[in-house]
Design a protein around this ligand. Structure first.
Ligand SMILES: Nc1ncnc2c1ncn2[C@@H]1O[C@H](COP(=O)(O)OP(=O)(O)O)[C@@H](O)[C@H]1O
Ligand SMILES: [Mg+2]
Length: 649
């Protein structure tokens, strides 16, 4: 057997990746990887790379620029100093006075950074010196001013021409310690500012990432959850912001709202279409019991005069035989009425406008409602077999669960050709799955699903049926409903052998659901003598039927409207219970209760409501708020008696 399932994860992984693809595979791969990075990481990485580039440029470029600047500055300062000293030495040169020259040069003793100073005559012989250079200086005697860096020193040459026309040359050397110190200082400053840059850059890119990528990630997460079919995903959207992210979130939120509204409409529309399509069959199903019901009643009505004659003429044997036939006819009639009631109950389940309520549902109820609706489609094609191993409860909407099962049943029926119901089977099973799950299976012996279609049957509008017979929405909506309840839907199929669709749903409460159902009720003890019941219904037949069924052991008063009932009550008549219809023209059940609460409060808690279905949300809300019993029509006499007994000692 081949298995298919409608897991949302499959749909997600199936989505096309946003990958760069190209002829050059390695580039394609790298791009692909970067493209796949989370936005936040990308933002931080890009800003970190930018800031790091800037810091590197500063670190390598700035010291070099500063160095060049410092050298120029050192050169001009040293030249100026040598020029000044040159002027001071002019007199000593004029008079060849080595002592005066030595004294002038020794003044350099206190000048920091001077390595040597030599005063040379025009022929190159030294006149005087303050420290001699360790090595021959790179600058020769003669020529104009010059400065050059060599051997870790700045060498400077300044020509001296005295007023008397004598020529000399001053050579000086300056240590570069100061330059190194400046360089180190500059590097320190640059390093510090680069670190600050890097830190500020990282912090700001992190903040930007928080501001932009975080909410985007949240929106993405919500989108992912929606795609996975989860409920209430909008709770975490960053709404309420006025910036672009806020606008995006709000638009997304509105889109979700609209989507869910449309989904609701689609679910409703699918249900209505199903009912519409099955209506003729359902009418047929009702017509059958109705026809023998009417036939039996006609028979009884026609034979009644004969019975009277037989009794009056004293033919006990013939009377007995006729009464037995009457009994059989009445039994059939009751069975027919039960059939009609159960079909109408199924129909009513589908017609309810449920607004996706969550209630505690025993799973056989929606299954039976669906079977009731689909029976006409099924019975010409297959036997229907029920395998209910237990009757678990789940939390959900009975209407929607019925819709799911009806879709599965009708699909199963459609997979089997008409004409050989004895050779085909549609099996509906209900059992416990693990862990804490209820499992519903609808298995058919039909055509099976071809391999090529298996991946698509849950797609909206995918159908293999002719126009008018299939909309292609059934399975898509069913999956939607089931997943909203936290369940799953899947199938096994084999072409030519049939398919099994499986719905698993979380149990309402594991322990309770596994308990066997309560034993059937024993007949209630009789009502006390003098018990008085007021029946309020605008349909006189209902009142008459209740009166006929109960009048023997209690007093039944029938009122045809709320007003009439109020008259009885206000006239001081005593009643133990009021059995009241919810929807009535004129004064409704709710209005009657309000009046009675005001004017005869002792009767307020005596109300038992009954309803024929077609039940508005308002009416339902009212009955739930009242908290008293609610009976469904057609009334079952045993249930009615039990309810009337409740609260009595
Ligand atoms: N039990 C089944 N046996 C065979 N095919 C099925 C069965 N259930 C569903 N399918 C296939 O899945 C398709 C989609 O089903 P569905 O969504 O209910 O739409 P529709 O019944 O309107 O076609 C059907 O048209 C049919 O081809
Ligand atoms: Mg279908």
């Amino acid at each position: 057997m081949n298995t298919g399932s409608a897991g949302p994860a499959a749909a997600l992984t199936r989505g096309p990746g946003i990958r760069a693809s190209g002829g050059c595979s390695s580039i394609g791969r790298v791009q692909g990887r970067i493209v796949d990075w989370p936005l936040r990481v990308k933002l931080v990485a890009v800003s970190a790379a930018l800031v790091a580039g800037l810091a590197a440029a500063l670190l390598f470029g700035l010291p070099r620029a500063l160095d060049a600047q410092s050298r120029g500055w050192l050169e001009s300062r040293s030249l100026a100093m040598a020029r000044l000293l040159g002027h001071a030495l002019e007199a000593a040169v004029d008079f060849e006075d080595a002592r005066a020259a030595g004294a002038a040069l020794d003044a350099l003793q206190d000048a920091r950074g001077t390595a040597y100073a030599v005063l040379l005559r025009a022929d190159g012989s030294p006149l005087s010196a303050h420290r001699s250079p360790d090595e021959p200086t790179p600058l020769a005697v003669g020529g104009g001013e010059a400065a050059t860096f060599a051997g870790g020193l700045l060498h400077v040459r300044v020509p001296i021409v005295t007023r008397s026309g004598r020529v000399a040359t001053l050579l000086m050397g300056f240590s570069l310690d100061e330059l190194g110190e400046r360089r180190r200082e500059a590097r320190r400053t640059v390093l510090l500012s680069a670190a600050v840059f890097l830190l500020v850059g990282l912090i700001s890119s992190f903040v930007v990432a928080q501001l932009v990528a975080r909410p985007l990630a949240r929106i993405t997460e919500v989108a992912r959850r929606v795609a996975a079919g989860q409920e209430q995903p909008a709770l975490r959207l960053p709404l309420g912001r006025a910036d672009e992210v806020g606008v995006l979130a709000t638009a997304f939120h509105q889109m979700l709202d609209r989507l869910s509204a449309q989904q609701e409409q689609l679910v409703m529309a699918d249900r209505r279409v199903s009912i519409g399509r099955l209506a003729a069959g359902v009418a047929h199903e009702i017509n059958n019991p109705l026809s023998f019901l009417a036939g039996n009643l006609d028979y009884v009505a026609a034979e009644l005069p004969n019975l009277a004659a037989l009794i009056s003429q004293g033919h006990p044997e013939a009377t007995g035989a006729l009464l037995q036939r009457f009994g059989e006819a009445v039994d059939d009639t009751r069975e027919g009425a039960r059939r009609v009631a159960s079909i109408v109950k199924g129909l009513r389940t589908f017609a309810r406008d449920d607004q996706d309520r969550r209630e505690r549902v025993r799973l056989d109820a929606p299954l039976e409602a669906a079977i009731e609706m689909a029976m006409h489609e099924i019975k010409h094609r297959a036997r229907l077999v029920r395998r209910f191993e237990c009757l678990p409860h789940v939390m959900g909407s009975e209407v929607r669960l019925s819709q799911v099962f009806l879709n599965l049943l009708v699909n199963a029926a459609h997979a089997i050709p008409e004409g050989a119901p004895a050779r085909n089977e549609i099996r509906v099973s209900l059992r416990l799955g693990s862990p804490s799950r209820a499992l519903v299976e609808v298995a058919d012996t039909g055509s099976g699903i071809p391999e090529a279609e298996r991946g698509r049957i849950f797609d909206p509008f995918f159908t293999t049926k002719p126009v008018g017979e299939g909309s292609g929405l059934g399975l898509s909506i069913s999956r939607n409903i089931v997943e909203k309840l936290g369940g799953e839907i899947g199938f096994d199929t084999e072409v030519g052998r049939g398919s099994t669709f499986r719905v698993s749903l979380p149990l309402a409460q594991a322990e309770e659901a596994a308990l066997p159902e309560a034993a059937p009720d024993r007949p209630p003890p009789p009502l006390p003598a003098g018990y008085r019941l007021l029946v309020v219904d605008d349909e006189p037949m209902v009142g008459a039927a209740v009166k006929r069924a109960l009048d023997g052991d209690l007093q039944v008063v029938v009122a045809g409207s709320g007003r009439e009932a109020l008259e009885h009550i206000l006239a001081g008549e005593r009643f133990d219970r009021v059995l009241c219809d919810v929807m009535m023209p004129g004064m409704s059940g709710e209005e009657l209760l309000a009046e009675v609460s005001r004017r005869a409060p002792q009767l307020r808690d005596a109300f038992v409501f009954m309803t024929g279905g077609a039940f508005t949300e308002v009416a339902r809300g009212f009955v739930e708020a009242y908290g008293g019993p609610l009976l469904e029509k057609p009334l079952d006499v045993a249930t009615l008696r039990r309810v009337l007994r409740e609260g009595l000692t």
